[in-house]
Design a protein around this ligand. Sequence first.
Ligand code: ADP
Ligand code: MG
Length: 250
Amino acid sequence: MVRIEKLRKSFGSHVVLRDVSLDVRAGEVLVIIGASGSGKSTLLRCINMMEVPERGRIFVDGQPMGQHKDDGSFTVFPDRVLNEKRAQIGMVFQSFNLFAHLTVLDNITIGPVTVKKTPPAEARELAMALLEKVGLAEKADSYPSRLSGGQQQRVAIARALAMKPKLMLFDEPTSALDPELVGDVLATMKQLAEEGMTMIVVTHEMGFAREVADRVLFFHQGDMLEEGTPEAIFSNPRHQRTQDFLRRVL
Ligand code: ADP
Ligand code: MG
């Protein structure tokens, strides 16, 4: 579902992604862990072209996300093409970024109606089904400010799913939540994983990683240092840096 080849990204002279290569199978749940500043968010943002890579190749479902030149350099597609490609990828951030002036239902229907030209009645039906799924059907007509952070994040997940993505990217989706609200969001993500969604999840929730991840990747200074099954990474990390990181967070 995702193929990344020698992805490089710098900000000024600071190399943030050092020729990262990575494959994610359809239906796989990949959890990325690593210290703050190691490049995890930049990696996710490159996948949907919120950051433009410097060099390398990115394919989602076999299709290139940018124009790959023979010399390894990278240019973005024109907006119309880029938007179609981005529509296949759902992204959920630490901050939920719901539209404050729209109801929960309208937050979910606006993407399908405006971007995918889905008829409004059909978009509403889908939105209600997604709200059922995340356990918030009764909040359809509420405004985001009336919801808890955990509820808002579940709406943000429903909103991303409304675009029928092939791939979901989660960047520390529970980091901004009060501890008692984290569980419901993780349960929603677990359910999505069980339904077969391909997911790349950056998180500090090691319990979630252990339980839900097919593969865990430890990111260090712009590259993956170690990857393996949750069991291998958590119980038997090979690298000293992985051991040090886990000792600090567990
Ligand atoms: P992580 O998500 O692992 O905490 P990030 O991908 O956010 O790491 O950041 C990796 C490095 O890139 C950090 O040193 C950060 O300061 C830097 N960085 C991220 N975005 C930008 C930007 N837009 N401009 C300059 N530096 C950035
Ligand atoms: Mg980050």
